[in-house]
Design a protein around this ligand. Sequence first.
Ligand code: GH3
Ligand code: MG
Ligand code: MG
Ligand code: MG
Length: 342
Amino acid sequence: GTLLLLQVVGSILMDGYKIELYCVDIMIMLVDDQAIVGKLVQNMLAEHTDISFHYCHNPALAIEEAENIKPTVILLDLIMPKLNGLELLKQIRKNPTTQDIPVIMLSTEDDPATKVKAFEWGANDYLVKLPDKIELIARLRYHSKSHIHKLQRDRMFEALQKAQAELEKQNIELLRLSQLDGMTEIANRRYFDECILIEMKRAVRNQQALSVVMIDIDHFKLYNDTYGHLQGDDCLRKIAHILKGQKRRPADFVARYGGEEFVLLLPETEPAGGAIIAEKIRTAIAAEQIPHLGSLTASHVTASLGVAGGLPNNADTPEKWLHEADAMLYKAKAQGRNQVQY
Ligand code: GH3
Ligand code: MG
Ligand code: MG
Ligand code: MG
């Protein structure tokens, strides 16, 4: 009958991942139309308790049986009435489950041309019937061992690839998390600092304008004083959500710059265009009508915005532009808040 072939014998650690090693029994499958050959080979293998044997009488069933049994070597008769051994060999080599199994041709034919043909069709070895017992055993062990080693290598390679793919996925997720502000789930200051540098360089290279919009919530200290810090956090999340919703182009970038300050990066946008976007954002925030009874500006949450930018040259730096946007923001605050300055 068929035996249990795979059994875990241990595991190794590779890049911190556990890879299970399998012990594979030697399993010989003989395909031969003559039952007497089956009996003879079975007797030769009988005293080798670590070698299992399966006899297949009908070559038409050989592929299916090999798929189930997963032999470590197939002994294959060359001349059979229903299906020629070489034809069967071709099928074995085509089938993904059986294609790597070593095949030893077994035949009464002893001429070199026949042997050469067998090798050309993908045989691993050739034995003339009936082979000497110790030679047969030696060849079966040799081919089984190399096949088992190949299975082990394939398995380790597969496990390693899986581990690497998993690691890659985790790295991407870690990178994503390191770029996000935990509270509002928009980009954080660190990521913004990276992006504005890249975008300014790109704008210089492409000779295209770039705008920066600084957004600061009006009287937010008073909001906390009136409603408490937890509701203050909720308010910041709402503002972040509005800012995300106001993004027009995929390249537009919004980040939490500091406590209740947000920043917008608008590639290919002149400051005048940036001011239009900023005004839309100001309107959207006010339209949300988040109650703010402690505000000295309105009875709902409002924000002030400062815009800077233009066509950058090599002397321009993110610090310089952010400073300019901040100065405009300060002006908006000084001139009554809930407005845009550029
Ligand atoms: P202004 O209109 O001049 O901007 O007034 P303001 O009160 O908003 O300005 P200020 O910079 O004095 O205060 C900002 C406040 O924002 C102070 C701080 O308690 C609050 N704040 C900063 N970060 C957070 C946060 O993460 N959560 C909450 N709830 N409040 C925050
Ligand atoms: Mg502030
Ligand atoms: Mg302030
Ligand atoms: Mg403020």
